[in-house]
Design a protein around this ligand. Structure first.
Ligand code: TA6
Length: 287
């Protein structure tokens, strides 16, 4: 995605503008350290390109930017649950309109803060009072922290994922390492060598992954380190051809250049009492 080409709606500072992408309002950062774009719909990072490096984040060429559907690619914020634990799948945060709370910047980079709180609509889906803040730090690296706070009077159970789609040169030449010795696939626990390679669909929750997992993107001759905190699993996903063909928002060959490595609380095991907060974090470091 060429974020520099998007039409500008407002200039917020030397480095931060708001621009339009079809139906979406997008916060655009153009800084000497990196370029990035974040949609307010979904609180969704669409692009992150460190200076003098290739785009790190994969975005589907058929992604829906109308604001009527979750965006295929980028960093979907799956919250307050991961997957099909309840409806809608992956929670409502990725299809909610977030508020631009603050932007801060200096010569090292830019921090964008977005917020989301409960509304009558969210309470009809999930009966809790909450405040969520998404801190997106754009520098040599991309750091995304999702801080969820229980602002209600009852305990709440939270899960979720920062479901990052990475841009890789060729899935056949991609390996993800440091994944630990166990994964869950279709509900079944299996032993793991700690490495994932791709010859077909992969949809696994690695429960023992190291804090930093490595995507070896051999076709682009680079490594991407992904640091995850506040998670209890790392989800590795590539839909492969048959599933890609069934998705309206992914090209048939889209699976060849993406892999998801997700910082996840896959089972809603974070229990927040009134006033408590939890941070789920992912940091992307290109080498
Ligand atoms: O994180 C992997 C996964 O849960 C897969 O099972 C797959 O469905 C993917 O997320 C994408 O989900 P979505 O709802 O965006 O189509």
């Amino acid at each position: 995605m060429d974020v520099k080409q998007l039409p500008t709606l407002a200039v917020l500072s030397d480095y931060v503008t708001v621009c339009q992408l079809d139906g979406l309002k997008v916060v655009r950062v153009i800084h000497p350290k990196a370029t990035a774009a974040i949609s307010l719909f979904g609180g969704h990072v669409l692009s992150f390109t460190p200076a003098d490096k290739k785009e790190t984040i994969w975005m589907s060429e058929k992604a829906d930017f109308t604001g009527n559907k979750a965006i295929r690619g980028g960093v979907p914020v799956c919250w307050p649950w991961f997957g099909k634990a309840a409806e809608p799948s992956h929670g409502f945060a990725r299809t909610s309109e977030w508020t631009l709370n603050e932007h801060r910047e200096n010569d090292k980079g830019v921090i964008i803060s977005l917020t989301l709180s409960d509304t009558p609509e969210t309470r009809s889906i999930w009966p809790h009072a909450f405040h969520a803040e998404l801190l997106i730090e754009i520098s040599d690296t991309l750091k995304v922290s999702l801080v969820s706070t229980n602002t209600g009077e009852h305990e709440m159970q939270v899960g979720g994922a920062l479901h990052t789609y990475f841009n890789i040169g060729d899935i056949h030449q991609t390996t993800v390492t440091e994944l630990g010795n166990e994964y869950i696939e279709v509900g079944e626990r299996k032993p793991s060598t700690g490495k994932a390679t791709f010859e077909g669909e992969v949809d696994r929750i690695y429960t023992q992954a190291a804090e930093t997992v490595i995507i070896e993107d051999a076709a682009n001759q680079r490594h991407i380190a992904v640091v995850n905190q506040g998670n209890n699993g790392v989800v590795i996903w590539n839909p492969w051809q048959a599933l890609a063909e069934g998705m309206a928002d992914m090209a048939n060959d889209g699976f060849l250049t993406m892999v998801c490595a997700e910082s996840a609380v896959y089972d809603r095991s974070v229990i927040l009492r009134p006033g408590e907060k939890h941070t789920l974090l992912t940091e992307v470091i290109c080498k």
